[in-house]
Design a protein around this ligand. Structure first.
Ligand code: ACM
Length: 525
């Protein structure tokens, strides 16, 4: 039995005083919008030091019919932790205290397609944007302005308050991407959706799916059925094989579109094509089907460059992909084609660029494609070769920056990381954050940069846990490089925000790497 004595009562009183001190500090700091550790950092925040609270009576009022789906998306996000049902209503309702308002507003034009403004008063919260994309981006800021428990999936009985003030925000780059390699190991539709949810949270607007490689072909092409009958049956070590039917792929595209994320399909060619070469003998230069491949070497395969059937094949693949790809881009790969003679490579890429253009899409390729006849209608994705990228810029192409030594999420954090590779070096959390795309290629002009992308190759990855461990928290920093203004990019400031952000990563259930470069705030701070 517990015996109470004077000493323990004194301790209890002291503990109570400390608790009161800390809880009143917390209340005070919670009252400033400026004290919230947003990632990415918004462009402009003004704080008015009061609080707005949502409650069981809060309605989500959509000022026009065309944004009801976004109202429902917000309601679904806020429901599990609050337990509130958040009726989504049209504008004809009288606005009550505690209501959240969403509106498309032509006055928001100056903030661009993804810009938004949030005005928070003690009475209401109003999120306005020029386009739906801006509302989706603003909703992520709103989530981060609420207590972190908002991401929990069961009810929390706390005061759901947001400090008052105004946030005006818009992205630095129009293209902020992530790439997932579903070829080396396959990831299911649900696994891809989970990744999309996390990309959404950090305002990333593009998911590039690496759909084919030596180890596997992952997308149904109805006119070439052996690609998935044969080519989808292998993977690295033959673990986690599979493919997306066109209906599966459309499910991913639609899920992403609801979050204003665009999907870019990549068919890597003329190298990285062993899975296709194993599926169809006719695509091989020697007319003999290759064996399926489950290793991790690169640079050994090539489509037959001078056979007409090769271009019929590519035309069919691109045509079927275009039919299920609403976004403007098709990625044609083009990297590490070491088994293709240089002139053949140029001939091949020129033909493929023509096919993509014929289907009214914009071709993106890894930086090697700059050797072909590219122009202002093409995009070069810089991953390793600056000379190629400079050549691409001279030819008028825009650049996506994915420097392997900073932005490759599959590189190990340090020599002890169990997952990942290290051919581009190890990438700690500070290194992944501390680079500026604008300075990598000398004299590049802002208009020549489309944006940035963080690729995640999957030779060593098989599960959502693996994806998350390699992507987080590095992807948070890369998302900030893509969104926030250069003046706000500062590792010393960012690492403090990231340390506090830990509680949100945990509420989201993310399996992240606890880097020693960050002084993580203990769980209940
Ligand atoms: C690449 O990493 N081979 C684009």
């Amino acid at each position: 039995m517990k015996i109470w004595n004077i000493r323990s009562v004194k301790n209890l009183i002291a503990l109570g005083a400390v608790y009161t001190l800390f809880s009143s500090c917390a209340e005070k700091s919670n009252n400033s919008l400026l004290d919230i550790s947003f990632i990415p950092q918004p462009v402009n925040i003004t704080a008015t030091h009061k609080a707005f609270s949502i409650s069981s009576k809060t309605n989500i009022v959509c000022k026009s019919n065309d944004i009801q789906a976004i109202g429902k998306y917000l309601s679904k996000l806020l429901n599990p932790a609050t337990g509130f049902s958040f009726t989504v209503v049209e504008n004809n309702k009288k606005i009550a205290k505690g209501d959240i308002l969403l509106q498309l507003n032509s006055a928001g034009f100056s903030l661009g397609n993804e810009g938004y403004e949030i005005n928070i008063t003690p009475r209401n919260l109003m999120l306005s944007a020029y386009k739906a994309d801006g509302l989706i981006r603003g909703i992520q800021t709103l989530r981060q302005a609420l207590p972190p428990q908002i991401e929990n999936d069961s009810i929390e009985n706390i005061n759901w308050s947001i400090p008052t003030g105004t946030i005006r925000d818009y992205p630095k780059f129009e293209y902020r991407g992530a790439m997932l390699d579903v070829a080396r190991h396959f990831f299911t539709v649900d696994e891809v959706k989970q990744y999309i949810d996390l990309l959404t949270y950090y305002k990333i607007n593009t998911l590039h799916l690496h759909l084919s490689d030596d180890q596997g072909w992952r997308i149904e092409i109805k006119s070439w059925p052996e690609l998935t009958k044969i080519g989808a049956s292998s993977s690295v070590n033959n673990e986690k094989t599979g493919f997306y039917t066109q209906d599966d792929y459309t499910e991913i595209v639609n899920y992403a579109a609801e979050r204003c994320i665009s999907i870019i399909p990549e068919i890597d060619m003329p190298g990285h094509t062993n899975a296709a070469l194993a599926s169809y003998a006719v695509l091989n230069k020697n007319g003999i089907a290759a064996d399926l491949y489950s290793g991790t070497e690169v640079g050994f395969s090539s489509l037959a460059i001078h056979k007409e059937i090769t271009y019929q094949f590519i035309d069919d693949v691109i045509r079927e992909l275009v039919a299920i790809t609403p976004g403007p881009y098709i990625h044609i790969g083009g990297d590490e084609s070491h088994a293709t003679e240089h002139n053949d490579y140029i001939y091949f890429i020129n033909n493929v660029l023509d096919i993509v253009t014929m289907y009214n899409k914009i071709a993106i390729g890894w930086d090697e494609i700059a050797n072909a006849n590219i122009n202002a209608n093409h995009i070069v994705q810089y991953w390793s070769n600056k000379a190629n990228t400079q050549m691409g810029i001279k030819k008028g192409a825009k650049v996506i920056f994915s420097p392997a030594q900073y932005a490759y999420l599959d590189m190990k954090y340090d020599s002890t990381t169990a997952l990942g590779l290290a051919w581009a070096g190890t990438i700690e959390v500070d290194k992944a954050y501390d680079w500026i795309p604008d300075t990598i290629i000398p004299n590049i002009k802002p208009y020549q940069i489309l944006g940035i992308e963080a690729p995640l190759w999957s030779e060593t990855l098989q599960t959502t846990n693996d994806i998350e461990f390699m992507a987080f928290p590095r992807l948070c920093g890369i998302a900030e490089i893509g969104w926030s203004q250069n003046a706000d990019l500062n590792w010393e400031d960012y690492k403090v925000r990231l340390a506090k952000h830990k509680v949100r990563l945990e509420a989201l259930g993310v399996n992240y790497y606890k880097s020693e470069k960050v002084e993580w705030v203990p769980a209940n701070d």
